[in-house]
Unconditional design. Structure first.
Length: 141
């Protein structure tokens, strides 16, 4: 490789590093630990309108101590879509991220709870309709 090519590659690399350092970060939402939940976990999924969807593993207000599924608008407005209740039948602690299908349904898993006590696979559909698709048992976990 010629000296000129090597110098050009070095300059391109340095320019890329400078652009990374120039990025800023903005807090879109700060969880309160109440009905919005606390301990956001997993990843976020995005819809075509720029809304983000995710989960928390807890909630501090007593209503949903076992986690929530939420929607966060591009303007930073959080809307809880579902809260995992204290009775544990729907599952608890949705540790994994969500998956979104082509019509907007969200799918996720919980780490514990459900009718057999070993976690669940769930769906949050239109108008926040929640359903458990599967409850894991000790034999199939």
């Amino acid at each position: 490789m010629s000296f000129t090519k090597a110098l050009l590659l070095l300059l391109v690399g340095l320019a890329a590093i400078r652009s990374v350092r120039a990025q800023t970060y903005t807090v879109l939402y700060a969880f309160t630990g109440k009905a919005d939940g606390n301990g956001p976990y997993g990843g976020l999924v995005r819809d075509s309108a720029g809304n983000l969807y995710g989960t928390t593993i807890g909630g501090g207000d007593g209503l949903y101590p076992n986690g929530t599924v939420f929607k966060l608008s591009s303007r930073g407005k959080l809307t809880p879509l579902h809260g995992f209740a204290a009775d544990r039948t729907e599952g608890v602690w949705p540790f994994a991220g969500l998956v979104r299908d082509s019509v907007g349904n969200l799918y996720g898993m919980t780490a514990d709870g459900g009718t057999l006590g070993q976690g669940t696979v769930f769906k949050v559909g239109k108008k926040s309709k929640f359903s458990v698709l599967h409850s894991f048992s000790p034999a199939n976990r």
